[in-house]
Design a protein around this ligand. Structure first.
Ligand SMILES: *Cc1c(COP(=O)(O)O)cnc(C)c1O
Length: 403
């Protein structure tokens, strides 16, 4: 599979601007179908009176992993509605293909299995990663062996059985960034996977800089409304073919309803990301100037995520927010805040967590589309000491109300 030509990252430049692709890609045939909104195909199976023909199509898929011409035979092979989302996401990431999955973790699993099936079980990775990605690589659940290193150590960590180099930039939850181009150079012929969940293709297209695989937890910004779970890998067609075969064999498919919602989410992605990023940058400025805050993390690439370390008790901030929702996950229209050491990165060993910069005073905030003054007012009251008027023996108004 790794011929010399195929290891060269190939971008597929868009002919139309990103904002235009966001509302049109994956929908190009709708007018000819006499439709405006994309149709949802919920079929699990597809009738065919030609079983010899089906046998040939199944053989072709088993050999090549290429998308079937015509109906999918069975929904674990493909689905026209999820295919629309894949087409659109590939256009936004400027890749030839994209393969969707039931969640971000199912997508990463498929990438690891695709490499392991070729005897390439070793992964080189840079911390921090999203807690469950760290866990999946490190716990050996898929027989993967991982070498953790910093960007400068990548070339030295690569072995003959290295199948993947993995980074997140900006990383969850510290928003640490790596230079994708320099890193891709260190990888040589080993595919570089960049988890682009935080930046989204609106702010960064890793394949332009030499990454071969782009991973998204579509659950976050691509869906954008906190009501759909999905994952997707954008890549060249050769890798996509392998991922489709793994998906067919292991079953981590994206549901068509989720595919519909994700396609719909993409149409507003550029507008949502830009608006939320403007508020995030403003909150970052205010937090940086605030004496209650020890340190603010905000990436150069921008975006709607802000992380900060408080001098006081981070758990109290979580219990005191009222407009902002205290919840894990990110990328929704409403603002969410969480304590990574307790939740998103709890599953990572404490020492590894601390060494990766995920300290106990760190809070991670996903800025939504509310008015920035309302968000600041809520943050300010949550960061404040308990109101002085609280009388001993009464319940302070900042305690959780048992919602
Ligand atoms: C949430 C997340 C994932 C996992 O995605 P799921 O859709 O929850 O499976 C992977 N990477 C990053 C950066 C994430 O934030």
């Amino acid at each position: 599979m790794d011929t010399e030509a195929s290891i060269l990252p190939s971008t597929t430049p868009r002919s139309r601007a990103l904002a235009t692709e966001a509302v049109h890609a994956g929908r190009d045939d709708l007018a000819a179908l006499g439709l405006h909104a994309p149709p949802i195909d919920l079929s699990t199976t597809y009738p065919s009176y030609d079983s010899r023909g089906e046998a040939e199509r199944i053989d072709a898929f088993a050999t090549t992993g290429a998308r079937l011409d015509g109906p999918p035979v069975y929904a674990r092979l493909d689905n026209p509605t999820t295919a629309r989302f894949e087409t659109a996401l590939a256009r936004l990431e400027e890749t030839a293909s994209a393969v969707s999955f039931a969640s971000g973790m199912a997508a990463l699993t498929a990438v690891l299995l695709a490499r392991a099936s070729m005897g390439l079980r070793h992964v080189v990775a840079v911390r921090p990663l999203y807690g469950c990605s760290d866990h999946l690589l490190g716990a050996g659940l898929l027989g993967t062996e991982v070498t953790w290193t910093d960007p400068a150590g990548i070339a030295g960590a690569i072995r003959p059985d290295t199948g993947l180099v993995m980074v997140e930039t900006p990383a969850n939850p510290t928003l640490a960034e790596v230079d994708i181009r320099a890193l891709a150079h260190s990888c040589g012929s080993v595919p570089l996977l960049v988890d682009n969940t935080f930046a989204t293709p609106v702010l960064q297209r890793p394949v332009e800089h030499g990454a071969r695989l782009v991973l998204h937890s579509a659950t976050k910004y691509l869906g954008g409304h906190g009501d759909v779970m999905g994952g997707v890998v954008a890549c060249d067609e050769e890798f996509a073919a392998r991922l489709r075969q793994v998906r067919f064999a292991t079953g981590g498919v994206l549901h068509p309803m989720a595919g519909y919602l994700l396609l719909r989410g993409l149409s507003t992605l550029p507008v949502r990301v830009r608006a939320a990023s403007t508020s995030a940058a403003e909150l970052c400025r205010r937090l940086t100037a605030d004496p209650r805050i020890a340190r603010v993390h905000y990436p150069k690439v921008g975006g709607a995520m802000v992380s900060f370390e408080v001098y006081g008790d981070p758990h109290r901030v979580i219990s005191a927010v009222r407009l902002i929702t205290p919840a894990v996950s990110l990328g929704s229209v409403d603002t969410l805040i969480q304590h990574p050491a307790s939740i998103s990165h709890r599953i990572v060993d404490e020492g590894d967590r601390q060494a990766a910069g995920v300290g106990d005073r760190l809070l991670r905030m996903s800025v939504g589309l509310e008015d920035v003054e309302d968000l600041w007012a809520d943050l300010c009251q949550a960061l404040s000491d308990p109101p002085a008027r609280t009388v001993a023996g009464t319940v302070p108004e900042w305690l959780p109300t048992g919602r």
